[in-house]
Design a protein around this ligand. Structure first.
Ligand SMILES: [Zn+2]
Length: 420
């Protein structure tokens, strides 16, 4: 039998580790831990897709390639999917960071006109080109740290015009960058200052004007709401998400981040694809999420940056068969582009094993952004979104932290990062 010609073979990897799809559903319970692990592994890529995975001897006896990467001593895993970011904004908040270090709370800063509102002012003033440039800069760093697909929320415009500007910037940045960007409309991120006394009227604006125009222009796939005391009530969140559904946007909820507020319950009731944050989610809410298989998108770096010591109860969620995904919560007050840091924190603060954290940062995160059919695991037929790490096995994920373990990144089969 002549060997089949392919574009690329990665061979001799000390280990290949990947979660794998079972019935196209997010992984729960013990499935999150059960990686497919191949020692002395190889992988064949053609036309941007994975077409063979196995032992080096078997892959190299079936395929011959134009290009070969020798991954001796290294670990091959799927590209990370970052399931929760606020990718698009202008400015920064390093001064506020110092105020927070002295003890000011998130809500105190917000009431003083800082926090989200400062970023809203700077984002409104920015041009679309400036925002595109900012997004691309961030995507470059994310890619170098192994993220090949990222969810991106709007939410620093808070007018119809500025929300559309932010979502167009996300779309443009995505077009000219290897990282796949999945857009989420988060017009209900904060009550803008001009509606301070008048939250209901802002909700009406979101419902009557923003959602229809964003959906019409096909600028978003998901609609998220910051359901929280001082932001949007459960009732307002529900009205917004019902409208989003009518316009073909899939619901997500920023739920129970700062107080137990009923966000997890609402996410389940609305059949949201995901509830995100969840540091204060109630037991009743978690049970409802489990019943309706709502994905818990957990963001340990958000707790870290808030300095609350309050982390989501991930072990309880795994016991309840709630699928867990991970994200950076990249935003001006939680400025990290690295899913590797998130994994390190997920291991220590959420007590996930490296294998569970890998599943949460790849396949389950892909499910949370509706991309699992294409990416999130190293399986035949999926996009060749692949990382080569300079460690001998996947247990080094989270164990070593604070430096970048990524040596090569392949996106759709193309070598887009090469540190060697
Ligand atoms: Zn967020």
């Amino acid at each position: 039998m002549p060997k089949k010609q392919v574009d690329l073979i990665i061979k001799n990897a000390s280990e290949l580790a990947t979660p794998y799809d079972r019935n196209q559903k997010p992984l729960v319970g013990k499935q999150m831990q059960a990686l497919r692990i191949i020692k002395n592994a190889a992988l064949a890529v053609s036309d941007g897709k994975i077409i063979g995975v196995g032992k080096t001897s078997s892959v190299t006896s079936t395929f011959t390639a134009t290009e070969t990467i020798d991954a001796k001593g290294k670990t091959v895993i799927p590209g990370f999917v970052d399931a929760h970011t606020h990718l698009v904004f202008a400015g920064s908040r390093e001064k506020e960071f110092e105020t927070r270090l002295k003890g000011a709370s998130y809500m105190e800063i917000l009431r003083e006109g800082g926090g989200i509102l400062k970023t809203v002012m700077e984002t409104r003033q920015a041009t679309e080109d400036e925002l595109i440039h900012n997004c691309q800069k961030t995507l470059d760093i994310m890619l170098k740290h192994g993220t090949t697909t990222v969810e991106a929320k709007s939410g620093y415009g808070l007018t119809t015009k500025d929300e559309a500007k932010c979502l167009r910037a996300i779309k443009q940045a995505s077009k000219s960058h290897p990282v796949d960007v999945v857009p989420t409309f988060l017009g209900a991120h904060a009550i803008p200052p001009e509606f301070e006394e008048d939250a209901e009227n802002y909700v009406d604006l979101v419902i009557e004007e923003m959602i229809p125009s964003i959906a019409n222009a096909k600028l978003a796939e998901f609609c998220d709401v910051f359901c929280e005391e001082g932001a949007f009530t459960v009732e307002q969140t529900k009205r917004i998400l019902q409208t989003a559904l009518k316009h073909g946007l899939t619901p997500k909820v920023h739920a129970d981040e700062l107080t137990p507020y009923g966000g997890a319950e609402l996410a389940a009731e609305m059949r949201a694809i995901s509830a995100e944050h969840l540091q204060y989610a109630s037991d009743a809410g978690l049970k409802m999420m489990s019943k309706h298989r709502v994905i818990a998108v957990l963001l340990p770096t958000a707790s870290f940056t808030l300095m609350t010591q309050r982390y989501a109860e991930a072990r309880k969620m795994i016991d309840l068969n709630i699928p867990i995904a991970l994200g950076t919560d990249f935003n001006p007050s939680c400025w990290t582009e690295s899913q590797q840091l998130v994994i390190a924190m997920a291991c220590r603060q959420l007590r996930l094993t490296p294998a569970e954290a890998l599943t949460a940062a790849t396949l389950n995160a892909a499910h949370a952004v509706n991309r699992a059919a294409k990416t999130g695991s190293l399986e035949e037929g999926k996009n060749a979104d692949i990382l080569i790490l300079d460690v001998p096995n996947h247990s080094f994920l989270g164990y070593r932290f604070g430096t970048n373990l990524v040596r090569q990144v392949l996106k759709d089969g193309k070598l887009v990062v090469d540190v060697e």
